[in-house]
Ligand binder design. Structure first.
Ligand SMILES: Nc1ncnc2c1ncn2[C@@H]1O[C@H](COP(=O)(O)OP(=O)(O)O)[C@@H](O)[C@H]1O
Ligand SMILES: [Mg+2]
Length: 234
């Protein structure tokens, strides 16, 4: 579904991502792991079009989208839930959800999805008319994911969904991510929390200092002498 070929991302003199190639197949959950500063968010932002790659190609369903605008990538089925959630704190839960559907032109389908996600997340339903900023961190992460789903993505990119959340909440967020995978959604999940990310991962990539260090099944990661400890910490 997604093929990234020799991607490079630069910020002036800083090469944040170098010669990165990866793929995500239909229905797969792929984990992209690595320590702080590895270039994970830069990779995600290049995939969504928030930063322009300095090199390489991004191919979605056979179409080169490297130069396609972000909103057109969303229309093509590629949506991300950014690091730090970026919900609109002053807008209500309902308004945040509706914004996730801004690229859609099927009001009836949008209403149906809205009802579906409110049923799936009772807490969002209870807080529907409340400012999103009043939700807890875990609830805000759920809202951020639900908002992304409102665009009806084929491929959802999650950038550190566990960031800043209590361990118990993190487990719940990943339970839900596993449920999305079971429903057939294709996912690329960026994490520093390797243990959680690997629970549902079909394949895993590890990067550090902008470069890919490992590519294989989660079981292979444990075999590579201390790779987890070296790059991820547990
Ligand atoms: N907007 C930016 N301007 C300059 N440097 C940046 C910017 N964003 C990220 N970087 C640098 O790029 C590198 C990779 O960052 P990032 O992609 O955020 O890593 P990660 O998400 O893996 O923590 C880091 O060295 C970071 O300081
Ligand atoms: Mg990041």
């Amino acid at each position: 579904m997604l093929k990234v070929e020799n991607l490079g991302v630069r910020y002036g003199a800083v090469a944040a991502v170098r010669d990165l190639s990866l793929s995500v197949g239909q229905g797969e959950l792929v984990a992209l792991l690595g320590p702080n500063g590895a270039g994970k968010s830069s990779t995600i932002n290049a995939l969504t079009g928030l930063v322009a790659p300095s090199a390489g190609r991004i191919v979605l369903d056979g179409q080169d989208i490297s130069r396609v605008r972000t909103e057109d990538r969303i229309r093509a089925g590629l949506t991300s839930t950014p690091e730090g959630r970026r919900i609109f704190a002053n807008l209500t839960v309902g308004e945040n959800l509706r914004l996730g559907a801004a690229t859609r032109r099927d009001p009836k389908g949008v209403r149906q999805d809205m009802e579906r996600f409110l049923a799936l997340f009772p807490v969002l339903s209870e807080r529907y008319a409340q400012a999103a900023g009043t939700l807890s961190g875990g609830e805000q992460q759920m809202l951020a994911i639900a908002r992304s789903l409102m665009s009806r993505p084929k491929l959802l990119l999650l950038d550190e969904p566990s960031l800043g959340l209590a361990p118990k909440i993190v487990v719940r967020i990943f339970d839900f991510i596993g449920q999305l995978k079971a429903e057939g959604l294709t996912l690329l999940v960026v994490e520093q929390n390797a243990r959680q990310a690997l629970r549902f991962a079909d394949r895993v990539y590890v990067m550090s200092s902008g470069v890919l260090r490992f590519d294989g099944p989660p079981s292979g990661l444990a075999d590579e002498h201390g790779l987890l400890n070296l790059y991820i910490g547990g």
